[in-house]
Design a protein around this ligand. Structure first.
Ligand code: NAD
Length: 262
């Protein structure tokens, strides 16, 4: 039997980019998927388009702010009462803001940290008791190669992602005997709205085209000279959440077109 048909999967940051691609990939596999995001309108658009294309879809949407403790706990509790369990948690909620440290707005620094490190902590804090009781769980955090290396201008993003990898290791150790794995997926540049916005900012600052930004700024950093696709990240996520990956835990797993090899 398809291992996904009786699985309940929660994806945060699911209204856009990587989170959306992962949520739809799990729906395609037959899992019951709850897509969570702060972007309420986009969640409704996504649900409507899936329902138009797929009969009997098992996609549910649940708007929440991953940094809001009571919203996270209410959402998780209502998912558990409706679906009985959560087998897989994928945390993809995120955002970017680039500035030199001395100019970095403190409220933005705190916001990035809250969404990409505190948020994953809150979701795990609420879900782990249920997973431990069931003796099963797969947790995947979208970290980044920026959780492994430094990048000038990305103090908040890089420190949040480094923190997220640390959080992943602690959670993996605390759940190692409970049938639960916790991993951090570390992509390089993926073609999503988050990256397209960064490219557009660079193009406007340098007064050049998007193609020039790719050729002159991004591709020199990436040996494969391309952006990764959401589809590639989604396929890898399905593998990391599968039975076959039950021995992989506490890892920062890299998919970056060779970026960190140089
Ligand atoms: P995206 O902007 O397309 O999607 C991010 C989603 O997170 C959006 O739908 C947004 O509404 C949601 N979100 C933001 N704040 C939230 C909050 N407080 N509560 C709930 N949801 C919230 O971005 P993406 O490129 O798909 O990135 C997804 C994740 O992957 C992020 O964590 C990002 O850091 C990571 N990542 C992306 C890349 C890349 O190249 N795109 C590379 C490495 C890691």
């Amino acid at each position: 039997m398809n291992e996904w048909v009786d699985k309940v999967v929660v994806v945060t940051g699911a209204a856009s980019g990587i989170g959306k691609g992962i949520a739809l990939k799990f729906v395609e596999q037959g899992a019951t998927v709850i897509a969570c995001d702060i972007y309420r309108e986009q969640l409704s658009v996504m649900k409507h388009s899936v329902e138009t294309e797929v009969a009997n879809t098992s996609l549910y949407v649940s708007p929440f702010d991953i940094t809001n403790e009571s919203e996270v706990s209410e959402t998780i509790n209502s998912i558990i009462s409706k679906h009985g369990k959560i087998d897989v948690l994928v945390n993809s909620a995120g955002l970017q803001y680039v500035s030199l440290l001395e100019n970095y707005p403190s409220d933005m620094f705190e916001k990035l940290w809250r969404v990409m490190c505190f948020g994953p902590f809150l979701t795990m804090k609420n879900i782990l008791p249920h997973m431990k009781q069931k003796k099963y769980g797969r947790i995947l955090h979208l970290a980044s190669i920026n959780g492994l290396i430094g990048f000038a201008g990305k103090s908040a993003y890089n420190s949040a992602k480094h923190g997220l990898i640390g959080l992943t290791k602690v959670a993996a150790l605390e759940t190692a005997l409970d049938g639960i794995t916790v991993n951090a997926l570390c992509p390089g540049y993926v073609d999503t709205p988050l990256v397209q916005n960064q490219l557009a900012d660079l193009a406007s600052t340098r007064n050049v085209s998007l193609e020039q930004v790719l050729d002159e700024v991004i591709y020199p950093l990436v040996p494969q000279k391309r952006l990764l696709s959401v589809e590639e990240i989604a396929d890898y996520s399905i593998f990391l959440a599968s039975e076959k990956a039950s021995g992989i835990t506490g890892q920062a797993v890299v998919m970056d077109g060779g970026y960190t090899v140089q």
